[in-house]
Write a protein that binds this ligand. Structure first.
Ligand code: BEZ
Length: 191
């Protein structure tokens, strides 16, 4: 289930002549910032909802048994809280490779807690990408996450890290916490 978006993302040159840009993370980027950054600030984007609707065949699952990871789904009136990193444009190159399984760079307004805004970039996996799995009953999503494991580790760790990171930001999101509760019940030794 490979659909490598690396080259498509590299053609998005919007920030190439900037000294720095804001990258918005709403999934693993919240807790796994394994790239250099100049500054890190909680931020939110409007009109988007976080959902475990993207398949992961390369990080938290395999082509035979994909996991599920977060993407953003457009929803008027919604908001998604995450973490913004000010980075150099060169830092996007390895991220394009890390997030190549269907994620495309998308420009978005960022809102910071102090009321300021900036144009930022986020990686978005839309319904037309080859790895998109879409909506499913929460019990089914939880069973898939509890069972999946890939080169980056167990899928449940991704979910539970996200739950913890959101709690540290003071964010409670029922989609994430309801899934985490179900996955803990399925894997009690990892609760
Ligand atoms: C994120 O944390 O925002 C993210 C991570 C991987 C792919 C897409 C988004």
């Amino acid at each position: 289930m490979a659909h490598d978006t690396t080259e498509q993302n590299r053609q998005m040159t919007h920030f190439d002549d900037h000294d720095a840009l804001w990258l918005f993370g709403y999934g693993s980027l919240i807790w796994k910032a394994d790239f250099p950054y100049l500054e890190r600030r909680p931020a939110r984007i409007h009109g988007w909802r976080r959902r475990f609707w993207q398949g992961s065949h390369d990080h938290r699952g395999t082509p035979e048994a994909p996991g599920r990871v977060a993407t953003l789904v457009a929803e008027p009136g919604a908001a998604c809280q995450g973490m913004a990193y000010r980075i150099s444009p060169a830092t996007l190159r390895p991220l394009d490779v890390r997030e190549k399984n269907g994620y495309l760079r998308e420009l978005t307004p960022l809102h910071f807690d102090d009321g300021t805004t900036a144009t930022g970039l986020t990686y978005l996996a839309t319904a037309d990408n080859a790895a998109f799995l879409g909506a499913a009953p929460l019990d089914a999503i939880a069973r898939q996450i509890a069972a999946a494991e890939g080169p980056s580790g167990p899928n449940r760790d991704y979910l539970l890290h996200l739950e913890t990171a959101l709690a540290e930001l003071g964010v409670h999101e029922t989609h994430v916490s309801d899934l985490a509760r179900r996955v803990r019940a399925l894997n009690p030794c990892h609760a």
